[in-house]
Ligand binder design. Structure first.
Ligand code: ADP
Length: 268
């Protein structure tokens, strides 16, 4: 609560009283606080790869360049850190477009079975490298839905890449689609991975929030994947939830409004 006092003057009588204004500033303060936190996070996240790059470049300069094997390793660290920074800046750009409502959805009639099969295919190489099995289940009622294909592909990519990152070798990932009610579509990405502790579940969609910062970084994560997924789902008028059991696995489900498609491909 902010209180401002303004003295009231009258030319003939001098100060005659005071006006007190009470304002509720909690919302405003909260916004300001989260903006400050965000800027601090961004600066920190960008600084970390930059300092790594600088120190490896210095080491190369100081003689490592003459030892072939060492030089190769250092150059590959520099490349990885650069890639991560590019991903981070791309993610930030995405988020800032959402924040300023600059992302018009381009909805078109999209076959959901095709959507999920193709998403699974994009990750076939990564999953086979970790010996992870991928299963796809589509309920009979699920067919073609009106959605922004690029946006939902991005949601699926973020969720599936997390499922792979946080699942140990030999695990299983299940993609499924169903219609919880007539005009809705629910898509889930379930993994048999490491899971998330209960105490972290409340903040897991926050920008830059990670259960284990060091591990997420080593995996190439930016801490923005889930926040971006949530923005895209919200832009569709949908919701996204995450359930997890430590050491058992995680399920992320997003539900989209999905009116039936008419003959011509337009929603009914
Ligand atoms: P990151 O780039 O770090 O993966 P995300 O926003 O995608 O960022 O996820 C935030 C955090 O949530 C991750 O750092 C990780 O701790 C946790 N997380 C997300 N998905 C999973 C999952 N499928 N299994 C276990 N932990 C997960």
């Amino acid at each position: 609560l902010r209180v401002t006092f303004t003295p009231v003057h009258r030319r003939d009588k001098g100060t005659t009283g005071t006006i007190a204004v009470l304002e509720d500033v909690t919302e405003q303060e909260k916004l300001e606080q989260s903006r400050r936190e965000f800027v601090a996070n961004v600066s920190h996240e960008l600084r970390t790869p930059l300092t790594t790059i600088r120190s490896y470049a210095e080491a190369l300069d100081d003689g490592a360049l003459d030892e072939r094997q060492l030089a190769d390793r250092f150059v590959s660290v520099i490349r990885n850190e650069t890639e991560r920074m590019i991903r981070l800046v791309t993610d930030l750009l995405h988020l800032s477009r959402f924040d300023s409502n600059q992302v018009p959805l381009r909805r078109r009639a999209t076959s959901v079975p095709e959507l999920l099969e193709e998403a699974a295919d994009r990750f076939a190489f990564q999953t086979s490298q970790k010996g992870i099995r991928t299963e796809v289940y589509i309920d009979d009622a699920v067919g073609t839905v009106w959605l922004d294909r690029d946006g939902i592909d991005q949601v699926l990519d973020n969720l599936i890449s997390n499922a792979i990152k946080y699942t140990l070798d030999g695990g299983v990932i299940v993609l499924s689609a169903r219609k919880p009610e007539t005009n809705a579509l629910a898509i889930s990405v379930r993994d048999s991975g490491i899971g998330i502790p209960k105490k972290d579940l409340g903040r897991i969609f926050d920008r830059f929030y990670r259960v284990d910062k060091a591990r997420s970084r080593n995996m190439g994560g930016t801490g923005l994947g889930l926040s971006i997924a949530r923005e895209i789902v919200r832009a569709h008028g949908g919701t996204i939830t995450l359930e997890s059991e430590l050491n058992e696995g995680t399920t992320v489900t997003f539900t989209l409004p999905a009116p039936d498609i008419r003959e011509g491909g337009e929603p009914a």
